[in-house]
Ligand binder design. Structure first.
Ligand SMILES: Nc1ncnc2c1ncn2[C@@H]1O[C@H](COP(=O)(O)OP(=O)(O)O)[C@@H](O)[C@H]1O
Ligand SMILES: [Mg+2]
Length: 355
């Protein structure tokens, strides 16, 4: 299983290089170096003082990579991995040193970001909130909000938008829709397609839908998506609607919270890996619960707490506004100001209103 996975990873790396090679012509020698680096990226087990037992404990706590360990305090690591504080301190220092190898200069980083695609939401207001062009590949965008706030409608609109040519705000690709709540509606996709003058049959054909029956199934489906991409499906968008519902239902007992968060963390980690390796956008929806500790403002917060908050690159908070409108607020973006906008959900798509 492990061998099969790493072989598969290699195939993907090679395949990606071929595609990239066409775009960036005079970059061949550098490519080789970065490929080598990817293969030899140090793992937890390579850190002095971290044995297989400690790795197992760290993984159980949702820490899979050097970065996760490097940001801990010695006391936290000692607690988590069951080692003395002095060993922990040395391990953290070593991990930080080993990670220095991962630096790329800003220019190279900028060049890498040029491969990214954007996907229009269908609403100019929403696209602008997200920096002008909608959601982005190699990133997870989360929409959280109450029932009926528009999370699924936005998902459907994106599943249509991704199919547009790049000049029209799409990524010329297909969408995968992992439906955990049974709310995927082909009729709505037809209406959205008609709204932009596209052939509804063709648009529906380019959306690969799977119903996830429980959280294990949801996690397995991710491997299946990776297989589809390997088989040459031009997938540029993966939708998980909803990210948290199964996890929340299955791990609802008080004592199960840590377990749930750990599994959610692993899932998000894998989602990001698939997004980064294949240059695809991930859009996830999330529910809210009321937060009794909140005295002022909106007393709701997203499920999954910090684990989901930190794993998602862009977070959108959706709620109903005046006159049937929807208000969307961007929270904690790495490169955009916190801001909000308004749009309408209509039969033929998401529409703008004056703000
Ligand atoms: N055909 C339609 N025309 C106009 N509005 C619609 C249509 N279908 C759904 N909606 C709006 O979308 C809302 C449901 O939004 P949805 O995205 O499914 O919510 P959730 O956030 O729970 O996923 C409905 O309450 C309705 O206001
Ligand atoms: Mg929904």
């Amino acid at each position: 299983m492990l061998i099969k996975k790493s072989a598969f990873f290699l195939i993907m790396v090679v395949k990606k290089d071929v595609v990239e090679g066409e775009e960036i012509v005079d970059d061949a020698p550098k490519k080789k170096v970065s490929k080598k680096k990817e293969e030899e990226a140090p793992k937890l087990i390579d850190i002095p003082g971290v044995g297989p037992g400690a790795v197992a404990k760290l993984e159980a706590a949702g820490i899979y990579e050097l970065m996760g360990l490097a940001v801990l305090t010695a006391a936290q690591l000692s607690d988590t991995a069951g080692m003395s504080e002095s060993v922990a301190r040395k391990a953290i220092q070593a991990a930080r040193k080993m990670m220095d190898m991962g630096f790329v200069d800003g220019l190279a980083h900028e060049e890498k970001r040029k491969e990214l695609f954007n996907i229009t939401t269908g609403s100019k207001n929403l696209d602008n909130l997200l920096g002008g062009k909608g959601i982005q590949t190699k990133a997870i965008t989360e929409a959280f909000g109450a029932f009926g706030s528009g999370k699924t409608q936005l998902a459907l609109s994106l599943a249509v938008g991704v199919q547009l040519p790049v000049e029209q705000g799409g990524a010329n690709g297909k969408a995968v829709y992992i439906d955990t709540e049974g709310t995927f509606r082909p009729e709505r996709v037809r209406q959205f397609a008609e709204g932009i003058g596209a052939n509804p049959d063709k648009v529906l054909k380019n959306i690969l839908v799977a119903r996830a029956f429980n959280s294990d199934h949801q996690m397995l489906l991710l491997d299946r998506v990776a297989d589809l991409i390997k088989d040459g499906e031009p997938i540029r968008l993966m939708i998980i609607d909803s990210l948290t519902a199964h996890f929340r239902a299955e791990f609802s007992g008080r004592g199960q919270l840590a377990d749930r968060q750990q599994r959610l963390n692993r899932y998000l980690h894998n989602l990001m890996k698939v997004a980064e390796q294949n240059n695809l956008a991930v859009y996830v929806t999330n529910q809210v619960m009321s937060d009794p500790a909140q005295m002022f403002g909106d007393p709701t917060k997203a499920i999954g707490g910090n684990i989901v908050g930190h794993a998602c690159t862009y977070r959108l908070y959706l709620r109903r506004g005046k006159k049937d409108s929807r208000v969307c607020k961007l929270i904690d973006s790495p490169d955009l100001p916190d801001n909000e906008t308004v749009f309408m959900i209509e039969t033929d798509g998401l529409k703008d209103i004056e703000i």
